[in-house]
Ligand binder design. Structure first.
Ligand SMILES: *Cc1c(COP(=O)(O)O)cnc(C)c1O
Length: 356
């Protein structure tokens, strides 16, 4: 009895192919919980895109620890998005030649070249995100250093931009100009995140001698939400009278109704995010005035029954949750599926079912 992600396979695969076709040089990102699908599945899917003839030069993972889950399922290059640091052990020979490191500090560049003079590296330039990356000045020094290490393979420049759709183009051109000025060896590829299709097209036109590698996760794997359905199952139903006690905390029901035990709990990531709703003081005051259930301290859950978002009777348990259904609502039966709205990147599904 589980929390299940059901994927309309033909529709999902068609979307993946559309994104790959529109983004030559696509670098699919498979990190974290694999956007809900799992890392292994995404690696196999990226391989499939390549078999279908799409230009997919590399697969990106978030951390070095994630490499093992994708390296046997994907045959191309492997980019690690988290910049390498001197305390990170270099992976063994089984895929080290396919591995591309992101390097974001001069001292790391020095240490990496000392540890592996033939390392393949992408040099990260800091963007307005201010997360990781070298300044323009540090890029100059990196250029100097790299010219002294002819064995190192510079695979390009990495730019990680904020999410705002559009409006990054002038920043990107300024950053590329910095890198060209720094004369970083063999710089002919730019690995970018979060540019719009139009910005990418412009980049390809204006920097015709550069290869553009867009790193895309969300818009690839989760870009067609209509192909995805998340369901929980009703595990138990109990009628409850006003004033009757229930739950771990022995609280009492504010009204007559039903308690529903449904699959999905904290272990799945349920309840970690307050679902969007009316949280303003004014809205709360209005529900209290109406004698609404959230006035009794019940908070909204991500579960919907009959198209209506329902309230948690108490905070979610580890693998199940208790909902309160007020009298008058249609009561589902044990075994019925119910819809859940989740954040895919923060949810551990028990099962992913992809239809043929
Ligand atoms: C996660 C990540 C991406 C992919 O981001 P999405 O919003 O999921 O497409 C791209 N680049 C870097 C550096 C990242 O960490």
């Amino acid at each position: 009895m589980s929390l299940v992600l059901t994927v309309d396979g033909p529709r999902w695969r068609a979307h993946l192919e559309d994104v790959a076709a529109a983004n030559p040089g696509l670098v699919p990102v498979a990190k974290g919980n694999g956007y809900g699908f799992g890392l292994g599945r995404l690696a196999r899917r990226a391989e499939w895109l390549r078999e279908r003839g799409h230009d997919v030069p590399a697969l990106a993972v978030g951390t070095y620890e994630e490499l093992d889950q994708v390296a046997t399922r994907w045959s191309g290059d492997l980019l690690v998005l988290t910049p390498w640091r001197p305390w990170v052990a270099l992976p063994g020979p089984s895929f080290s030649r396919r591995l591309i490191h992101t390097v974001s500090r001069l001292e790391d560049l020095r240490a990496l070249l000392a540890a592996d003079p033939r390392a393949r590296i992408v040099v990260e330039h800091v963007t307005s995100m201010q997360r990781h990356g070298m300044s323009a000045r540090e890029l100059w020094e990196a250029g100097d250093l790299l010219r002294k290490h002819p064995g190192a393979r510079v695979e390009g420049l990495a730019l990680h931009l904020p999410l705002a759709a559009g409006g990054h183009y002038s920043e990107v051109t300024r950053l590329i100009t910095d890198a060209i000025g720094a004369d970083v060896a063999d710089l002919s590829t730019v690995w970018v995140s979060h540019l719009t299709g139009r910005e990418l097209a412009r980049l390809r036109t204006e920097y015709g001698d550069f290869a553009v590698h867009p790193r895309i996760g969300t818009d690839l794997w989760l870009g067609d939400r209509g192909a995805l359905t998340v369901t929980a199952t009703v595990l138990d139903v109990h009628p409850i009278a006003r004033g009757e006690h229930f739950g771990y905390r022995g609280r009492s029901a504010p009204k007559d109704g039903h308690l529903l035990v449904v699959s999905g709990g904290t272990a799945h990531g349920i309840g970690l995010e307050a679902p969007t709703g009316e949280h303003s003081l004014k809205a709360r005051a209005a529900t209290i005035a109406r004698g609404g259930l959230d006035a009794a301290g019940f908070v909204r859950s991500p579960y919907s029954i009959d198209g209506k978002q329902r309230l948690f009777a108490e905070p979610p348990h580890m693998q199940a949750s208790m909902l309160f259904l007020p009298a008058g609502a249609h009561v589902p039966a044990v075994g019925d599926p119910i819809d859940v709205r989740v954040r895919y990147t923060a949810t551990a599904f028990d099962r992913v079912e992809i239809t043929d």
